[in-house]
Design a protein around this ligand. Structure first.
Ligand code: SAM
Length: 206
């Protein structure tokens, strides 16, 4: 038979154990939302496109309900989220930084469009983009140039490619637009991939 003081001590030990178990479980949960570090450093640092420019990019590409929009280096997901919410498309967010993909998913959930978007924590140079109908880019000029052969190789004829700020050298754009960025006027570029065999890089867009 335990004394009353022993019973009190035993209860205290049980309560402390229970509280410690909850603290450990909570810490475990927190850890599960801390993203793993990126596989390698991003080629371009995170810098979101202003929201009114996002809308102009999607208008320039004439995005609609039958489109599958890939943002290569998606940041917080705003381009694909807007493509789904305002233009009725579906989309894919690709970013090498797991933190960006966590943010994109959370923003898509908040916007009520998470189920229409795929989220890929991936180097964009490794992504299969062959089912895209629209590709959006806000990268750097050198990265655009490195990406050009992949766009040409993988994208179907008539796929639209839109880039904020940076061109593709001798790929002549189908259309350009000047937008106010909040930091002076900047350009948008639209290219459309052609079909058939072409011999020069410059011939690969129409
Ligand atoms: C300038 S931000 C653009 C973000 C978003 N597209 C927008 O316009 O708001 C570039 C993004 O590309 C991502 N990025 C850079 N290099 C990458 C790579 N090799 N593969 C995938 N994502 C990359 C960065 O993590 C960053 O989020």
């Amino acid at each position: 038979m335990m004394k009353r003081s022993q019973v009190v001590v035993k209860r205290l030990i049980e309560i402390v154990g229970f509280v410690a178990a909850i603290a450990v479980a909570a810490a475990g949960c927190q850890q599960s939302v801390v993203p793993a570090p990126a596989a390698r450093s991003p080629d371009v640092p995170y810098d979101p496109t202003p929201q009114h420019v996002v809308v102009e990019m999607l208008e320039l590409a004439k995005v609609g309900a039958s489109d599958r929009v890939y943002d290569l280096g998606c940041g917080d997901g705003r381009i694909v989220i807007t493509a789904v919410k305002q233009f009725g498309a579906r989309g894919v967010c690709v970013d090498i930084d797991p933190q960006r993909i966590l943010e994109s998913r959370a923003n898509a959930r908040e916007a009520g469009v998470e189920q229409h978007i795929e989220f890929l924590t991936q180097d964009l140079f490794d992504s299969d983009i062959s089912d895209a109908t629209v590709v959006t880019l806000f990268l750097w000029p050198s990265v655009n140039m490195k990406l050009r052969p992949k766009l040409w190789r993988e994208l179907k004829p008539d796929t639209r490619v839109v880039s904020y700020m940076h061109d593709m050298q001798d790929w002549t754009p189908k259309e350009t637009r000047t937008v106010e960025s909040g930091n002076g006027p900047k350009k948008l570029f639209l290219w459309i991939i052609v079909g058939g065999f072409k011999t020069t890089a410059a011939d690969r867009v129409k």
